[in-house]
Write a protein that binds this ligand. Structure first.
Ligand SMILES: Nc1ncnc2c1ncn2[C@@H]1O[C@H](COP(=O)(O)OP(=O)(O)OP(=O)(O)O)[C@@H](O)[C@H]1O
Length: 344
Protein backbone atom coordinates (compact mmCIF):
# COMPACT_ATOMS: atom_id res chain seq x y z
CA UNK A 1 0.00 0.00 0.00
CA UNK A 2 1.26 3.49 -0.82
CA UNK A 3 2.34 5.36 2.37
CA UNK A 4 0.45 8.58 3.03
CA UNK A 5 2.27 11.65 1.73
CA UNK A 6 3.85 13.82 4.39
CA UNK A 7 3.80 16.83 2.04
CA UNK A 8 1.14 19.39 2.99
CA UNK A 9 -1.40 19.86 0.19
CA UNK A 10 -0.29 22.89 -1.82
CA UNK A 11 -3.08 25.43 -2.18
CA UNK A 12 -1.62 27.29 -5.17
CA UNK A 13 0.40 26.10 -8.17
CA UNK A 14 4.09 27.12 -8.03
CA UNK A 15 4.92 30.43 -9.68
CA UNK A 16 6.65 30.16 -13.08
CA UNK A 17 10.41 30.75 -13.08
CA UNK A 18 11.21 34.46 -13.35
CA UNK A 19 12.41 35.93 -16.63
CA UNK A 20 14.54 38.41 -14.69
CA UNK A 21 15.85 37.66 -11.23
CA UNK A 22 18.12 40.23 -9.54
CA UNK A 23 19.39 39.89 -5.99
CA UNK A 24 21.42 42.61 -4.36
CA UNK A 25 22.64 43.99 -7.67
CA UNK A 26 24.82 47.12 -7.58
CA UNK A 27 26.34 49.12 -10.42
CA UNK A 28 28.90 51.87 -10.12
CA UNK A 29 30.60 54.09 -12.64
CA UNK A 30 34.32 54.34 -12.03
CA UNK A 31 35.54 53.51 -8.56
CA UNK A 32 33.35 55.67 -6.35
CA UNK A 33 30.09 56.56 -8.05
CA UNK A 34 27.36 54.01 -7.24
CA UNK A 35 24.30 54.45 -9.43
CA UNK A 36 22.41 51.32 -8.40
CA UNK A 37 22.71 49.87 -4.89
CA UNK A 38 21.60 46.43 -3.70
CA UNK A 39 18.58 46.11 -5.97
CA UNK A 40 16.29 43.06 -5.74
CA UNK A 41 13.90 42.77 -8.66
CA UNK A 42 11.97 39.83 -10.06
CA UNK A 43 9.90 39.84 -13.24
CA UNK A 44 7.84 36.77 -14.06
CA UNK A 45 6.58 35.67 -17.50
CA UNK A 46 3.93 38.04 -18.92
CA UNK A 47 4.37 40.50 -16.07
CA UNK A 48 4.58 44.25 -16.73
CA UNK A 49 6.70 45.99 -14.10
CA UNK A 50 7.23 49.74 -13.94
CA UNK A 51 10.07 51.75 -12.42
CA UNK A 52 9.46 55.30 -11.31
CA UNK A 53 11.78 57.81 -9.69
CA UNK A 54 13.40 61.20 -10.19
CA UNK A 55 16.10 61.90 -12.73
CA UNK A 56 19.38 60.40 -11.58
CA UNK A 57 17.82 57.73 -9.37
CA UNK A 58 19.41 54.94 -11.42
CA UNK A 59 16.51 53.71 -13.56
CA UNK A 60 18.34 53.72 -16.89
CA UNK A 61 21.49 52.25 -15.35
CA UNK A 62 19.40 49.37 -14.03
CA UNK A 63 17.77 48.84 -17.43
CA UNK A 64 21.06 49.02 -19.32
CA UNK A 65 22.69 46.54 -16.93
CA UNK A 66 20.12 43.91 -17.97
CA UNK A 67 21.05 44.34 -21.64
CA UNK A 68 24.81 44.58 -21.14
CA UNK A 69 24.70 48.15 -22.47
CA UNK A 70 26.71 49.75 -19.66
CA UNK A 71 29.93 51.57 -20.56
CA UNK A 72 33.21 49.77 -19.91
CA UNK A 73 33.84 51.94 -16.84
CA UNK A 74 30.78 50.46 -15.10
CA UNK A 75 31.25 47.77 -12.44
CA UNK A 76 28.45 45.34 -11.60
CA UNK A 77 28.10 43.08 -8.58
CA UNK A 78 25.36 41.06 -6.94
CA UNK A 79 24.45 37.71 -5.49
CA UNK A 80 22.17 36.77 -8.40
CA UNK A 81 21.45 38.32 -11.77
CA UNK A 82 19.69 35.95 -14.15
CA UNK A 83 18.06 36.89 -17.42
CA UNK A 84 16.12 34.10 -19.12
CA UNK A 85 18.38 31.52 -17.49
CA UNK A 86 21.72 33.27 -18.22
CA UNK A 87 23.91 34.55 -15.40
CA UNK A 88 24.54 38.18 -16.38
CA UNK A 89 27.29 38.59 -13.78
CA UNK A 90 29.36 35.84 -15.40
CA UNK A 91 28.54 36.64 -19.04
CA UNK A 92 31.21 38.35 -21.15
CA UNK A 93 30.41 41.03 -23.73
CA UNK A 94 29.91 38.46 -26.52
CA UNK A 95 27.50 36.43 -24.40
CA UNK A 96 25.62 39.59 -23.44
CA UNK A 97 25.35 40.64 -27.08
CA UNK A 98 23.91 37.21 -27.94
CA UNK A 99 21.15 37.76 -25.35
CA UNK A 100 19.94 40.90 -27.10
CA UNK A 101 17.03 39.84 -29.24
CA UNK A 102 15.96 36.44 -27.98
CA UNK A 103 16.29 37.21 -24.25
CA UNK A 104 15.79 40.96 -24.06
CA UNK A 105 15.13 43.88 -26.37
CA UNK A 106 14.77 47.58 -25.70
CA UNK A 107 12.52 50.41 -26.83
CA UNK A 108 14.00 53.87 -26.35
CA UNK A 109 12.44 57.28 -25.70
CA UNK A 110 13.61 58.56 -29.06
CA UNK A 111 12.97 55.81 -31.61
CA UNK A 112 15.23 57.64 -34.08
CA UNK A 113 18.23 56.57 -31.98
CA UNK A 114 17.18 52.91 -32.23
CA UNK A 115 17.52 52.83 -36.02
CA UNK A 116 20.41 53.55 -38.32
CA UNK A 117 19.63 56.67 -40.38
CA UNK A 118 21.41 55.33 -43.46
CA UNK A 119 19.65 52.02 -43.98
CA UNK A 120 16.06 51.30 -44.96
CA UNK A 121 13.66 49.95 -42.35
CA UNK A 122 13.28 46.74 -44.38
CA UNK A 123 17.01 46.12 -44.29
CA UNK A 124 17.23 46.85 -40.54
CA UNK A 125 14.30 44.61 -39.65
CA UNK A 126 15.71 41.84 -41.85
CA UNK A 127 19.03 42.11 -40.00
CA UNK A 128 17.20 41.35 -36.75
CA UNK A 129 16.24 37.96 -38.18
CA UNK A 130 19.82 36.95 -38.97
CA UNK A 131 19.46 33.78 -36.91
CA UNK A 132 16.68 32.44 -39.15
CA UNK A 133 17.58 30.39 -42.23
CA UNK A 134 15.66 31.63 -45.23
CA UNK A 135 17.86 31.66 -48.36
CA UNK A 136 15.40 33.50 -50.60
CA UNK A 137 14.44 35.96 -47.86
CA UNK A 138 10.76 35.63 -48.86
CA UNK A 139 9.63 34.24 -45.50
CA UNK A 140 11.48 36.93 -43.57
CA UNK A 141 9.94 39.61 -45.75
CA UNK A 142 6.47 38.18 -45.20
CA UNK A 143 7.00 38.09 -41.42
CA UNK A 144 8.24 41.69 -41.41
CA UNK A 145 5.30 42.92 -43.45
CA UNK A 146 2.90 41.05 -41.12
CA UNK A 147 4.56 42.56 -38.03
CA UNK A 148 4.39 46.08 -39.49
CA UNK A 149 0.73 45.56 -40.37
CA UNK A 150 0.03 44.26 -36.89
CA UNK A 151 1.32 47.44 -35.26
CA UNK A 152 -0.80 49.55 -37.61
CA UNK A 153 1.80 50.81 -40.10
CA UNK A 154 -0.10 51.86 -43.25
CA UNK A 155 1.29 50.42 -46.50
CA UNK A 156 3.74 48.06 -44.75
CA UNK A 157 5.18 46.78 -48.05
CA UNK A 158 5.97 50.33 -49.18
CA UNK A 159 7.57 51.15 -45.81
CA UNK A 160 10.23 48.48 -46.28
CA UNK A 161 12.09 50.91 -48.56
CA UNK A 162 11.59 53.92 -46.26
CA UNK A 163 14.36 55.47 -44.17
CA UNK A 164 13.70 56.26 -40.49
CA UNK A 165 13.55 60.03 -41.06
CA UNK A 166 10.60 59.52 -43.40
CA UNK A 167 8.38 58.34 -40.51
CA UNK A 168 6.93 60.34 -37.61
CA UNK A 169 8.12 59.60 -34.05
CA UNK A 170 4.94 57.68 -33.26
CA UNK A 171 5.16 55.59 -36.44
CA UNK A 172 8.82 54.83 -35.76
CA UNK A 173 7.98 53.75 -32.20
CA UNK A 174 5.44 51.36 -33.77
CA UNK A 175 8.21 49.97 -35.97
CA UNK A 176 10.32 49.47 -32.81
CA UNK A 177 7.43 47.45 -31.36
CA UNK A 178 7.16 45.50 -34.62
CA UNK A 179 10.86 44.70 -34.20
CA UNK A 180 10.09 43.36 -30.72
CA UNK A 181 7.23 41.29 -32.20
CA UNK A 182 9.68 39.78 -34.68
CA UNK A 183 12.31 38.94 -32.08
CA UNK A 184 9.81 37.83 -29.39
CA UNK A 185 12.22 38.51 -26.54
CA UNK A 186 11.49 37.06 -23.12
CA UNK A 187 11.77 40.59 -21.72
CA UNK A 188 11.10 43.93 -23.39
CA UNK A 189 12.64 46.96 -21.69
CA UNK A 190 10.95 50.24 -22.52
CA UNK A 191 12.78 53.37 -21.32
CA UNK A 192 10.33 56.30 -21.48
CA UNK A 193 8.69 54.82 -24.62
CA UNK A 194 5.94 57.45 -24.89
CA UNK A 195 7.61 60.59 -23.52
CA UNK A 196 8.25 62.03 -26.97
CA UNK A 197 4.72 61.32 -28.24
CA UNK A 198 1.39 63.13 -28.07
CA UNK A 199 -1.36 61.67 -25.88
CA UNK A 200 -3.21 59.94 -28.71
CA UNK A 201 -0.08 58.22 -29.93
CA UNK A 202 0.87 57.42 -26.32
CA UNK A 203 -2.41 55.55 -25.83
CA UNK A 204 -1.85 53.59 -29.04
CA UNK A 205 1.71 52.62 -28.10
CA UNK A 206 0.59 51.47 -24.63
CA UNK A 207 -2.16 49.42 -26.25
CA UNK A 208 0.38 47.81 -28.58
CA UNK A 209 2.72 47.00 -25.70
CA UNK A 210 -0.12 45.35 -23.82
CA UNK A 211 -1.03 43.30 -26.87
CA UNK A 212 2.64 42.27 -27.14
CA UNK A 213 2.26 40.71 -23.71
CA UNK A 214 -1.07 39.07 -24.59
CA UNK A 215 -0.07 37.74 -28.00
CA UNK A 216 3.62 36.97 -27.64
CA UNK A 217 3.78 36.36 -23.87
CA UNK A 218 6.51 38.99 -23.51
CA UNK A 219 7.34 40.36 -20.04
CA UNK A 220 7.89 44.12 -19.94
CA UNK A 221 10.01 46.39 -17.76
CA UNK A 222 8.91 49.98 -18.33
CA UNK A 223 10.58 53.13 -17.06
CA UNK A 224 8.51 56.30 -17.09
CA UNK A 225 8.30 59.67 -15.39
CA UNK A 226 4.65 59.70 -16.32
CA UNK A 227 2.71 58.13 -13.45
CA UNK A 228 -0.42 57.85 -15.63
CA UNK A 229 1.46 55.58 -18.05
CA UNK A 230 2.64 53.37 -15.19
CA UNK A 231 -0.86 53.15 -13.68
CA UNK A 232 -2.31 52.34 -17.10
CA UNK A 233 -0.07 49.50 -18.14
CA UNK A 234 1.76 47.92 -15.16
CA UNK A 235 0.98 45.03 -12.87
CA UNK A 236 3.68 45.99 -10.35
CA UNK A 237 5.67 49.13 -9.64
CA UNK A 238 9.10 49.67 -8.08
CA UNK A 239 9.97 53.15 -6.80
CA UNK A 240 13.68 54.00 -7.11
CA UNK A 241 15.46 56.62 -5.11
CA UNK A 242 19.23 57.22 -5.05
CA UNK A 243 19.98 53.85 -6.61
CA UNK A 244 17.76 51.76 -4.33
CA UNK A 245 14.23 50.42 -4.60
CA UNK A 246 12.47 52.12 -1.68
CA UNK A 247 8.96 50.79 -2.28
CA UNK A 248 7.46 48.02 -4.38
CA UNK A 249 3.97 46.68 -4.82
CA UNK A 250 1.07 46.18 -7.17
CA UNK A 251 -0.17 49.24 -9.05
CA UNK A 252 -3.14 49.28 -6.72
CA UNK A 253 -0.96 49.23 -3.58
CA UNK A 254 1.44 51.93 -4.78
CA UNK A 255 -1.25 54.26 -6.14
CA UNK A 256 -3.88 53.74 -3.44
CA UNK A 257 -1.67 53.40 -0.38
CA UNK A 258 1.85 54.75 -1.04
CA UNK A 259 3.83 54.34 2.20
CA UNK A 260 7.26 55.80 1.55
CA UNK A 261 7.43 59.61 2.04
CA UNK A 262 9.32 59.76 -1.26
CA UNK A 263 6.54 57.96 -3.18
CA UNK A 264 3.98 60.24 -1.55
CA UNK A 265 6.02 63.29 -2.53
CA UNK A 266 6.32 62.05 -6.14
CA UNK A 267 2.55 61.74 -6.36
CA UNK A 268 2.06 65.17 -4.79
CA UNK A 269 4.25 66.69 -7.53
CA UNK A 270 2.20 65.15 -10.35
CA UNK A 271 -0.06 67.73 -12.03
CA UNK A 272 -3.77 66.92 -11.77
CA UNK A 273 -5.41 65.97 -15.07
CA UNK A 274 -8.35 68.25 -14.24
CA UNK A 275 -7.04 71.64 -13.03
CA UNK A 276 -8.11 72.35 -9.45
CA UNK A 277 -7.38 76.09 -9.49
CA UNK A 278 -4.21 78.14 -9.63
CA UNK A 279 -2.44 76.04 -7.01
CA UNK A 280 1.35 75.95 -7.24
CA UNK A 281 2.65 72.38 -7.66
CA UNK A 282 4.75 71.21 -4.72
CA UNK A 283 8.38 70.28 -5.37
CA UNK A 284 10.60 67.87 -3.46
CA UNK A 285 13.17 70.24 -1.97
CA UNK A 286 16.84 69.39 -2.43
CA UNK A 287 18.44 66.97 -4.85
CA UNK A 288 18.95 63.23 -5.10
CA UNK A 289 22.08 62.64 -2.98
CA UNK A 290 24.97 60.37 -3.88
CA UNK A 291 23.61 56.82 -3.32
CA UNK A 292 24.76 55.29 -0.05
CA UNK A 293 25.71 58.69 1.41
CA UNK A 294 23.60 58.00 4.51
CA UNK A 295 21.58 55.17 6.06
CA UNK A 296 18.38 56.53 4.57
CA UNK A 297 19.22 58.55 1.47
CA UNK A 298 15.87 60.36 1.62
CA UNK A 299 16.34 61.54 5.23
CA UNK A 300 17.83 64.91 4.21
CA UNK A 301 14.65 65.74 2.22
CA UNK A 302 12.06 63.92 4.30
CA UNK A 303 9.30 65.90 6.02
CA UNK A 304 8.64 63.16 8.58
CA UNK A 305 12.25 62.23 9.43
CA UNK A 306 12.81 60.81 12.92
CA UNK A 307 16.02 60.32 14.92
CA UNK A 308 16.25 56.63 14.09
CA UNK A 309 16.28 57.40 10.34
CA UNK A 310 19.90 58.54 10.60
CA UNK A 311 20.87 55.96 13.23
CA UNK A 312 19.70 52.70 11.66
CA UNK A 313 19.28 51.58 8.05
CA UNK A 314 15.56 51.45 7.24
CA UNK A 315 14.27 47.86 7.06
CA UNK A 316 12.54 46.37 4.02
CA UNK A 317 9.15 45.81 5.58
CA UNK A 318 5.90 44.29 4.41
CA UNK A 319 3.35 47.03 4.47
CA UNK A 320 -0.40 47.54 4.50
CA UNK A 321 -3.25 45.42 3.27
CA UNK A 322 -1.93 44.67 -0.22
CA UNK A 323 0.00 41.42 -0.77
CA UNK A 324 3.59 41.91 -1.91
CA UNK A 325 3.67 45.58 -0.88
CA UNK A 326 7.05 46.42 0.68
CA UNK A 327 8.67 49.65 1.78
CA UNK A 328 12.12 50.66 2.98
CA UNK A 329 11.27 53.24 5.66
CA UNK A 330 11.23 53.37 9.46
CA UNK A 331 8.21 55.67 9.46
CA UNK A 332 6.02 53.46 7.25
CA UNK A 333 6.94 50.37 9.20
CA UNK A 334 5.79 52.03 12.41
CA UNK A 335 2.81 54.11 11.37
CA UNK A 336 -0.52 52.34 10.99
CA UNK A 337 -2.50 55.01 9.18
CA UNK A 338 -2.29 54.79 5.41
CA UNK A 339 -1.60 58.11 3.73
CA UNK A 340 -3.97 59.40 1.11
CA UNK A 341 -3.45 57.65 -2.21
CA UNK A 342 -4.66 57.98 -5.76
CA UNK A 343 -7.00 56.02 -7.92
CA UNK A 344 -4.93 54.10 -10.43
N1 LIG B 1 28.08 56.79 -18.20
C1 LIG B 1 28.04 57.31 -16.96
N2 LIG B 1 29.18 57.63 -16.31
C2 LIG B 1 29.16 58.14 -15.04
N3 LIG B 1 28.03 58.34 -14.34
C3 LIG B 1 26.86 58.03 -14.95
C4 LIG B 1 26.80 57.50 -16.27
N4 LIG B 1 25.50 57.28 -16.58
C5 LIG B 1 24.78 57.66 -15.50
N5 LIG B 1 25.60 58.12 -14.51
C6 LIG B 1 25.19 58.58 -13.17
O1 LIG B 1 24.48 57.52 -12.54
C7 LIG B 1 23.39 58.04 -11.80
C8 LIG B 1 22.10 57.39 -12.27
O2 LIG B 1 21.86 57.81 -13.61
P1 LIG B 1 20.68 57.17 -14.49
O3 LIG B 1 20.78 57.76 -15.86
O4 LIG B 1 20.73 55.70 -14.38
O5 LIG B 1 19.38 57.72 -13.74
P2 LIG B 1 17.90 57.83 -14.28
O6 LIG B 1 17.03 57.60 -13.09
O7 LIG B 1 17.71 56.92 -15.43
O8 LIG B 1 17.80 59.33 -14.75
P3 LIG B 1 16.94 59.93 -15.98
O9 LIG B 1 15.50 59.75 -15.60
O10 LIG B 1 17.36 61.36 -16.04
O11 LIG B 1 17.31 59.15 -17.21
C9 LIG B 1 23.41 59.56 -11.99
O12 LIG B 1 24.09 60.14 -10.90
C10 LIG B 1 24.21 59.73 -13.28
O13 LIG B 1 24.88 60.97 -13.28
Amino acid sequence: MKPPSLEPPSAEPPLPAPVLDMRHVSVSYGAHVPAVLGVDLTIRPREIVGIIGESGSGKSTLAHSVLGLLPKTARMSGTRFNLAGTDILKADRTALAALRGPAAAMIFQNPMTAFSPIHTLGRQLTDLLWRDRDPSGAQKRARIVAALAEVGIPDPVGRLDAFPFQLSGGMLQRVAIAAALLMQPALLIADEPTTALDVTMEAQILHLMRSLRERAGVSILIISHHLGVIAEICDRVAVMYAGRIVEEGTVEAIFRAPRHPYTQALFACEPALVPTGMRRLPVIAGEVPRPGASLCDFASRCAVKAARCVEQAPPWTRSGEFPGHHVRCHGSALSGSPPSGRTP
